[in-house]
Write a protein that binds this ligand. Structure first.
Ligand code: IVH
Length: 670
């Protein structure tokens, strides 16, 4: 037997023992024998770490990973859904689809499914056998919870022959209301709601704990699959049921005009359901249409979550506190007498800005009405009853942290600290942002550590992060640290010396440049050098670079202004120069990795095409092209439809390649 065969034999024995122990409650071998099998398997894996992927049996109960969960990259990213809150917004969602597809009279059919309030999970089956399970994580990479999911009795371990050889099945892990109440009454630790209880129970390093908690799973979507399962989402759900998955029995096929009635029905029935739902998800049934519609940012165009109206409660406004964010914004927040809103204990609410406090005439001591919609921080709707001893709130005109003047520029609703990088609050918030998950994602550099190092004088700005390893010995001496944790931190920092462009842009913490906008910029400019050069060139009004920036879809004028403002600041350029010496910013892959004749090409569409314009644009972008409005020297192709006008003329003058819609379709393989 070679090493691989030996490993497989060991894994088979371990798996059998796991099943006997956990599923049948009837151990077949002694603990000592079980441990010996595991040790042998681990010894082989130490020589061949590349086989670890296949060793899911080892991750099972009893096999506690040394620290944290292993990461799993989703083959197809796990996306989120856009929300709508009323009929008007829902109607707009449908109208957008119709416009995108250029539909005339054809009615759209949707599958309506209750929106489960749990946590999403991706189950991977290889060769029709359950291989692993991962949480959503950041959508690209989740945590390996295979061992925990294996404790679910109802999980199909093997799929029948009509299932694809490889498939990622997505669904929601949830806890019923009864199981949640029983769990809370059985232990001291109290979960705020069934969703938190489900998440806390699944993300257990010891799967034995998960096994004791009652969790359930509804399957509702697919990720990557080696072959097409069905032509419609409804048939896909039917297949899931045949394969043994639980599919929410309330799911229904509805016509465009049946959606409102379904929404009302679910809203009325929700309280009586055994589990929490917070809305209804509507998905275009026809999968070919889904594919044409595609995605925008992190959400599909073909689905939406129509949320139920928010839950409300009233309580006393105890105080108004001011927080200073990384862009210097002074944000008020309300501290409340704790109150339960739809199952969640609320102590803080957002107040947005000072005008809102004035508009609502909020005074400390008032009884206020608040509402909570889904995940968002609760909002104060207004004063219900003036308290007996209230005092008005005066919004500070100085930064509560650094004492600098705080001003409102032009018609900005936000008051900002003028201290800039001399304001410790801003510096710290920027540093926290820089190290955070969507940014550099430096393990071990959470909020607490950043504050600690900042207070100790080890960190003044982002570039200092990379000098921390030089202070490793000093860090090891600090209270709560040690040789091991200091070394780990150095390693985590070293691991981030190469970083993707989108993450890097996001990490800079430029106003209004969140993860999505950072991605848009990264895809458009593809390399750091390109981006920086363009941002500097765009400082000049009327320059090609500024026009180009203005033409990136999704980047509006306000965002462009903030970007230019960032590059206009000397100290930001100095920080960039320092960072350049420390990190290698990698080119954005998405734009270049796509193997298509349109990858990296700059395109302009003009005139009337047979395909609706939004679809043409989305198709081109999906193939790696950048679609802009204006024709410039950088344009590679101008696609002309009927009655094309000035743009076609300009293209001809500049000698840019002009192609017909058919030629575009050929290039795009449509
Ligand atoms: S489909 C690309 N269906 O809602 C479509 N999601 O807000 C991906 N969720 O992360 C999701 N019930 O955790 C879908 N019937 C349902 C759902 C559902 C709950 C959750 C899911 C997702 C989140 C997005």
């Amino acid at each position: 037997m070679n090493e691989r065969e030996k490993l497989d034999a060991l894994l088979a024995k371990i798996e059998a023992a796991n099943i006997a122990y956990h599923e049948h409650d009837a151990p077949e071998i002694t603990d000592a024998k079980y441990d010996a099998l595991r040790r042998e398997a681990e010894a082989i894996l130490a020589e061949h770490p590349e086989w670890r992927e296949d060793a899911s049996a080892l991750a099972q109960v009893g096999g506690k990973p040394a620290s944290g969960f292993r990461k799993i990259i989703h083959r197809t990213p796990m996306l989120s859904l856009d929300n709508v809150f009323d009929e008007e917004e829902f109607v707009e969602f449908i109208a957008r689809i119709r416009r995108f597809l250029g539909l005339k009279d054809e009615a759209l059919v949707f599958v309506a499914e209750p929106k489960m309030d749990g946590l999403s999970i991706s189950l991977t089956y290889e060769h029709r056998k359950f291989a692993r399970a991962a949480t959503r994580g950041d959508g690209t990479e989740g945590e390996d919870v295979t061992a925990n999911i294996l404790t679910f009795r109802s999980l199909p371990k093997i799929l029948p022959n009509d299932a694809p050889d490889f498939i990622e099945i997505r669904g929601e892990v949830y806890m019923t209301k009864d199981d949640f109440l029983a769990l809370n009454s059985s232990q001291e630790r109290q979960f705020a709601n069934p969703r938190n209880a489900a998440a806390g129970s699944l993300r257990q390093l010891d799967p034995a704990v998960t096994a004791k908690r009652k969790l359930s799973l509804f399957a509702y979507a697919q990720g990557e699959a080696s072959t097409l399962v069905a032509k419609t989402h409804w048939d896909y759900l039917e297949a899931l049921k045949r394969w043994g998955f639980q599919v929410n029995p309330l799911s229904r096929l509805v016509n465009e005009d049946g959606t409102e009635a379904f929404q009302a029905e679910m809203g009325a029935g929700r309280a009586a359901l055994p589990y929490d739902i917070d809305g209804v998800v509507y998905k275009v049934n026809d999968i070919a249409l889904q594919n044409r519609l595609g995605f925008v940012g992190r959400a599909p165009r073909w689905a939406v979550a129509w949320k139920f109206p928010a839950e409300r409660a009233s309580t006393v406004l105890e105080d108004i506190e001011i927080q200073v964010g990384r862009t210097g914004a002074l944000t008020p927040r309300a501290r409340l007498r704790p109150v339960n809103v739809g199952g969640v204990l609320v102590t803080y609410a957002t107040l947005h800005n000072e005008d809102e406090i004035a508009r609502k005439d909020l005074r400390i001591g008032d009884i206020v009405e608040l509402q909570r919609a889904g995940d968002v921080i609760p909002q104060i709707l207004g004063v219900l009853k003036r308290g007996e001893h209230t005092r008005p709130f005066k919004f500070p005109d100085h930064c509560p942290v650094c004492g600098s003047l705080a001003v409102r520029v032009d018609d900005d609703v936000v008051r900002r600290c003028t201290g800039g990088l001399t304001c410790p609050a801003q510096v710290v918030e920027r540093l926290i942002h820089f190290c955070s998950r969507g940014a550099l994602d430096i393990e071990g550099m959470g909020e607490k550590t950043v504050r600690e190092f900042h207070d100790a004088g080890l960190l003044r700005g982002a570039p200092d992060i990379f000098t921390l390893p030089r202070h490793q010995a000093e860090i090891a001496q600090r209270e709560g640290w040690g040789e091991v944790s200091a070394a780990k931190l150095s390693a985590a920092i070293a691991a981030r010396r190469a970083i993707g462009l989108a993450r890097f842009i996001y990490a800079l913490g430029i106003r209004r440049i969140g993860e999505n906008n950072a991605k848009l910029l990264a895809r458009h400019y593809s390399s750091y050098a390109n981006w920086k050069e363009a941002m500097l060139a765009a400082q000049i009004i009327g320059s090609d670079a500024r026009l180009e920036l203005g033409s990136i879809s999704g980047i509006g004028p306000a965002i462009a202004q903030d970007l230019l403002a960032f590059f206009a600041e000397e100290h930001n350029l100095a920080t960039l120069a320092q960072l350049e010496a420390e990190v290698r910013v990698q080119d954005e892959e998405a734009a270049t990795a796509i193997d298509s004749p349109l990858a990296g090409k700059v395109m302009v569409f003009t005139g009337t095409l047979s395909m609706a314009r939004p679809e043409a644009k989305a198709r081109a972008e999906a193939l790696g092209a950048k679609v802009t409005e204006a024709v410039s020297k950088k344009t590679d192709y101008v696609v002309v439809g009927e009655d094309a006008g000035s743009k076609a003329k300009k293209a001809a003058e500049l000698g840019i390649k002009i192609i017909t819609e058919q030629e575009f379709r050929d290039l795009a393989g449509l």
